[in-house]
Design a protein around this ligand. Structure first.
Ligand code: EPZ
Length: 431
């Protein structure tokens, strides 16, 4: 299994190109199931999760091709993929595929909307908590499907097609909102979604569906209206830049010090996080090319953070920001409100010398002046990258194990950091 070795100390100087967003690319790829025509997605990051989803879509009958690179092209540039679900050959998504990636459960909505039936394995638990799918099933039922759970599978049926409905989410859910968008655009009549998620990835999916012929109003706001259409067609769409990747590297620069341009990053996608990182002592400026982040000499200030749905501070940056706070002057309180068990990084950060105490859904971080390198591992991708961030500012060598978590969500992480001066290398096939 691969490992990543980091020697802490150097500041980061240079440019990091921000990739297409994983969490936008995945639902966009799934949307290809809604049409027999070709959906072309540009700026798709080269990630293990994208490759896994291509396999899953192939199982349902999607033909796909991935653009190659021309000579001289940046090997780190995200790619274009073409997806054509001319006919759906299987409405069943088996356990061995869905259990590898939770987001693949989202195929249930387009399969049901297009074929009138879907059988999809329940995704099961995951490293960041129980993560139920009750609200996704509520969406399907509201739109007129019968939903039964049989032997670990969700069996959803709507032989006469889905019908528009009023859907009110009792809790904001990204996956629930993606599900409602994809199912309602092929349902007959009008759908009103209340308390919808407002994440940029929702807007990106709605934009793409609109190019495919869907009639959607209000994406990015709490109330979304959809007028169903009989069929959707092909389209070409560019995946938006990854706000979590941009936030992660911004925090890395705040931690290690230096001056880096996050090329292609869009500040409005992560304003809350940028404001928080700025309060922690980094300088941030927005340019035509992206976001520039600097920290020279000044210490790291302690800042309290509470995660919240967009436009709040994202849960997907909580672990990274906690890593930064381990070296702050003073103590900070980090409260996680989205997932109930997203603190697995705490024990591993402690191995590097961090002082963190858990109290319910909060972590109290007492800043220390020095972290010490150590062997560490983590059980999800954001937790893993928080260890990389801590390691950049730790004395000596840190070995991050279970690197496959990083490969699920960060494109060319060690090259991107290495080109800015970090001492970081991948050790392949280590025992
Ligand atoms: C998406 O997960 C992201 N995944 C997550 O990113 C992200 O952390 C999360 O949204 C929140 O922003 C992808 O986009 C692939 P939710 P999702 O439904 O849609 C509860 C990463 O690291 N809930 O918004 O699964 C749920 O348990 C990942 O890239 C129900 O109770 O998240 C959670 O407490 C991890 N019932 C809350 O809602 C349901 O039916 C928000 O979850 C669905 C969700």
């Amino acid at each position: 299994m691969d490992r990543i070795r980091i020697v802490g100390g150097p500041t980061l100087e240079g440019t990091i190109k921000i990739s297409g967003a994983k969490n936008a690319a995945l639902p966009l790829m799934i949307a290809s199931l809604l049409t027999p025509e070709t959906l072309t997605l540009e700026n798709v990051p080269a990630l293990a999760d994208v490759n896994m989803l291509l396999r899953i879509l192939g199982h349902h009958g999607v033909d796909y091709s991935v653009d190659g690179r021309r000579t001289g092209e940046d090997p780190h540039a995200s790619r274009a993929i073409h997806l054509t679900a001319r006919s759906i050959v299987d409405i069943m998504a088996p356990y061995d595929l869905v259990s590898k990636m939770r987001a693949s459960f989202w195929v249930v909505a387009p399969l049901l909307a297009r074929m009138g039936e879907a059988r999809v394995s329940l995704p099961g638990g995951c490293a960041i908590g129980t993560r139920p799918v009750d609200l996704l099933l509520m969406v399907l039922e509201k739109l007129g499907a019968s939903v039964e759970i049989e032997a670990g599978y969700v069996h959803a049926r709507a032989p006469k097609g889905l019908k528009g409905a009023e859907i009110t989410f009792p809790k904001i859910t990204v996956g629930g909102t993606h599900t409602a968008l994809m199912a309602a655009c092929l349902a007959e009549g009008h759908t009103l979604i209340t308390n919808a998620a407002r994440e940029p990835e929702i807007v990106d999916l709605a934009d793409c569906l609109t190019k495919m012929g869907a009639k959607i109003k209000g994406a990015g706001q709490s109330i979304i209206e959809i007028e169903g259409v009989a069929r959707l067609g092909g389209a070409s769409h560019r995946v938006l830049p990854d706000r979590i990747e941009a936030g992660t590297y911004a925090i890395a620069v705040a931690m290690a010090g230096g001056n880096v341009l996050l090329e292609g990053a869009e500040a409005h996608l992560l304003q809350n996080a940028l404001d928080t990182i700025e309060r922690a002592g980094a300088g941030i400026s927005v340019t035509n090319e992206g976001i520039r982040i600097k920290r020279n000499g000044a210490g790291i200030e302690a800042v309290d953070v509470t995660t919240a749905p967009f436009p709040g501070f994202p849960t997907d940056l909580q672990a990274q920001f906690m890593a930064l706070m381990t070296k702050a002057k003073g103590s900070s309180v980090i409260t996680e409100t989205i997932f109930e068990n997203r603190f697995m990084h705490v024990q591993e950060l402690a191995r590097l010398g961090a002082r963190i105490r858990l109290d319910g859904d909060s972590a109290i971080v007492e800043g220390v002046s020095t972290l010490q390198g150590a062997p560490v591992m983590a059980t999800d991708l954001r937790a893993s990258v928080s260890l990389v961030i801590a390691a950049l500012a730790a004395e000596g060598e840190t070995m991050v194990n279970r690197v496959y978590h990083l490969d699920r969500g960060f494109e060319h992480l060690e090259e991107k950091l290495g080109r800015c001066g970090a001492i970081i290398e991948r050790i392949t096939n280590a025992a």
